[in-house]
Design a protein around this ligand. Structure first.
Ligand code: 5GP
Ligand code: MN
Length: 333
């Protein structure tokens, strides 16, 4: 039986229809779902005559620079081309994820919060649409675009495809909904060239990235009787390979491929205000819940994909996380 698409909540649509200068923002260090959703939302709002701006503290990530943009991705909230009357927050499990620079604007301008993460605290002041059954924020934006009668082709469709295909692991993870597959089918029917997008998204590695992956795989630690695969990426390793933060994207999914692994963990050191801190990325499968592990350290995400930042070096971060990771398979269900 074909199910009806989820309706977009009325207060979300009316907020979008009532405002004229909308700033669209997602979490800092945007992934493809965060940035693709923002671009698609901007294209959809523009088609209805709204002045839509895209903001991200870290700008457009290099790996998405092949996309056609609805305008520049703004990085400074103090020099926007106009004063927004609404902020649409996309793919942010909590308000802090939007980055420090945007917080003053969020204090004074009404916000709509659209997201698919677990335990989103509904921080939107004008409307909230949080649906954890959605594959991606991109899928939610596609429903908004349809409701606004924006045609799902061209640059809008490309941004949506990038968002949805990335969060679903090319339409193969457990979060892949029938709605996501139908959306892709509809867009292909409208002329979307998915082979071109795949080429742009995947066949773009730098030598630094290749070397980094080689080194990290060599040094990966197989712990907990093979149930935990962990990679510690120090600042020295990053420097030795000439690699940047984006070059580590995807390593954690690679570690999860090892047979017997229940939790894959990447711990990447970085420096903030002269102090070392570690970004943790966790992945699992099925009912194994890594969001609960991330939440212990102030992070969050989804059951099978979560992250957090710890004010420790990578070795210490592993030591403090390991006992919580054991709960993933020792939990009484
Ligand atoms: P990744 O490991 O790719 O950085 O993140 C995996 C998932 O966890 C993503 O859905 C991401 O939004 C979420 N996530 C990562 N880090 C954090 C964090 O510090 N706080 C929250 N609330 N979610 C996070
Ligand atoms: Mn997402």
């Amino acid at each position: 039986m074909m199910t009806e698409p989820t309706p977009v909540p009325g207060d979300v649509l009316s907020a979008l229809r009532r405002h004229q200068r909308v700033l669209i923002a997602a979490h800092a260090h945007p992934d493809a779902d965060a940035m693709g959703s923002c671009l698609a939302m901007a294209w959809a709002l523009r088609s209805t005559g709204v002045d839509a701006l895209v903001f991200n503290e870290d700008g457009l990530p290099d790996f998405l620079n092949f996309l056609t943009l609805p305008g520049p991705v703004l990085t400074d909230p103090d020099s926007l081309p106009c004063d927004p009357d609404l902020v649409v927050c996309l793919d942010c499990g909590d308000r802090a994820r939007l980055g420090e620079n945007l917080q003053p604007l969020l204090d004074r301008v009404p916000t709509v919060n659209i997201d698919h993460h677990l335990a989103n605290p509904l921080f939107g002041t004008e409307a909230n649409w949080v649906d954890t059954t959605m594959s991606s924020t991109g899928e939610m934006v596609s429903l908004i675009a349809r409701a606004l009668r924006a045609p799902l082709h061209g640059a809008l469709a490309e941004a949506l495809y990038v968002a949805v295909s990335s969060d679903t692991g090319n339409f193969s993870y457990g979060n892949t909904t029938a709605g996501a597959l139908r959306l892709a089918a509809d867009m292909v029917e409208e002329g979307l060239n998915i082979a071109r997008l795949r080429e742009a998204l995947e066949n773009n590695w730098s030598e630094s990235r290749l070397r980094l992956w080689g080194l990290v795989m060599q040094q990966a630690r197989i712990l907990e009787d093979g149930r935990l695969a962990a990679a510690l990426i120090t600042r020295e390793t990053m420097q030795a390979c000439g690699a940047g933060r984006e070059d580590t994207e995807g390593i954690v999914e690679q570690l999860r491929k090892l047979a017997g692994v229940r939790v894959a963990l990447v711990l990447r050191e970085e420096e903030k205000n002269g102090q070392v801190q570690t970004r943790a990325s966790l992945r699992s499968s099925g009912s194994d819940n890594v969001r609960d592990v991330a939440a212990q350290f102030g992070g969050g995400g989804h059951r099978n994909a979560a992250g957090a930042t710890l004010p420790l070096d990578a070795e210490k971060a592993l030591t403090v996380m390991q006992p919580y990771i054991r709960f993933v398979w020792n939990r009484v269900r």
